[in-house]
Design a protein around this ligand. Sequence first.
Ligand code: LLP
Length: 424
Amino acid sequence: MTLPGSPHIAYRDDDLFIEGCSVAELGQRFGTPLYVYSRASLLGALAAYQRALKGRDHLICYAMKANSTLAVLQTFAQAGCGFDIVSGGELERVLAAGIEASLVVFSGVGKTRAEMRRALEAGVMCFNVESEAELEVLSRVASELHKTARVSLRVNPDVDAGTHPYISTGLKGNKFGVAHERALACYQRAASLPGLQVVGIDCHIGSQITDTGPYLDALDRMLDLIEQVEAAGIPIHHLDLGGGLGITYTDETPPSAELLVKGLLARIDARGHGHRKIMFEPGRSLVGNGGVLVSEVLYLKPGAEKNFCIVDAAMNDLMRPAMYEAWMKIVACQLRPEAPTNFDVVGPICESGDWLGRDRPLAVQAGDFVAVLSAGAYSMSMASNYNTRGRAAEVMVSGDQAWLIRDREEAADLFRGEHLLPRR
Ligand code: LLP
């Protein structure tokens, strides 16, 4: 059986392997629910971007919201990657992983003054500013600290990325970025404010995009703007085209990162902007296909209308199905000869929305392990403690080695910091 996604996650005979490790064995050894990542898969995904950008002034800034586990950040940093952060917490993670703040761009519509201060003190490379109001505040905060904040304006190019409404971000009706028509005035304002230095321009049009077209439309609009802004005497050093490239969960056929980037570079060169530093902020396409969520089957519950396969992972571990009705492939870690039955794969949480997959053909028994594929992105990083469930452990695999990179949360971890009222 061939699986969508990573070449490093495949069956050997009847056993699911991630690189040189049996997934069922990892489930036994580390317990479940368990996230497992393939280091080769993460590095391979990054290398596809790097190959296309070779010989150019460039930086890939991994959008760490997709998976912010320290060992994942470390893996990318060692391969020459930068980082896109959206909160003070993410900045602390980058620093805790031993990464230089000068490799960080700070995005997000709602940066607080405290976050700005900390980022300026740490020395981030650039703030991706999303509104005129934010420019004013950043100018004040930087001036108070006698620092200069390097800024890029996130422009909303008003293009339809053709993706799920919750993850489409480049349309006029979205909360993100400065409207295309306001951008020039905004740049002029930025150039006139103390404590700010304009260095770039950026956009991000959405996520799980499976077409090159929307990127080229956005690029053209960005290049038009750069020309206007530079004609007004404000030099733009870098062009950051955001993230958004989709991955294969089932039968999607997104362009490869290499193809997408090459296509964009060809347009950039054709329009005479080849000298510019080019940046991307990929998240999902770097980590998505390289991870699986391993879970044990607790009970099979046949019913008149539906059969339920109750597993020990739940919506708190993997929120994407409940939140976006996302379809993620679920497979048995050890194939059985029996014919499969259609199951709704559900977790133990007290909500009907607690499902991981519906109508999935599976040949499984209680005690078997199943794996949700392509669960490297927006999976662990979106996990919660609902129902006072500790978050899963995480393991990184490289060849036949497996390292525990995050302990499973214990109950005591979950109410640390809570306080009872005084006794009466
Ligand atoms: N840059 C910015 C400014 C972003 O907001 C995002 C993602 C990215 C880069 C990375 O996009 P990616 O390459 O991962 O598509 N939780 C949703 C996805 C939310 C994406 C939010 N922004 C999901 O599970 O599908």
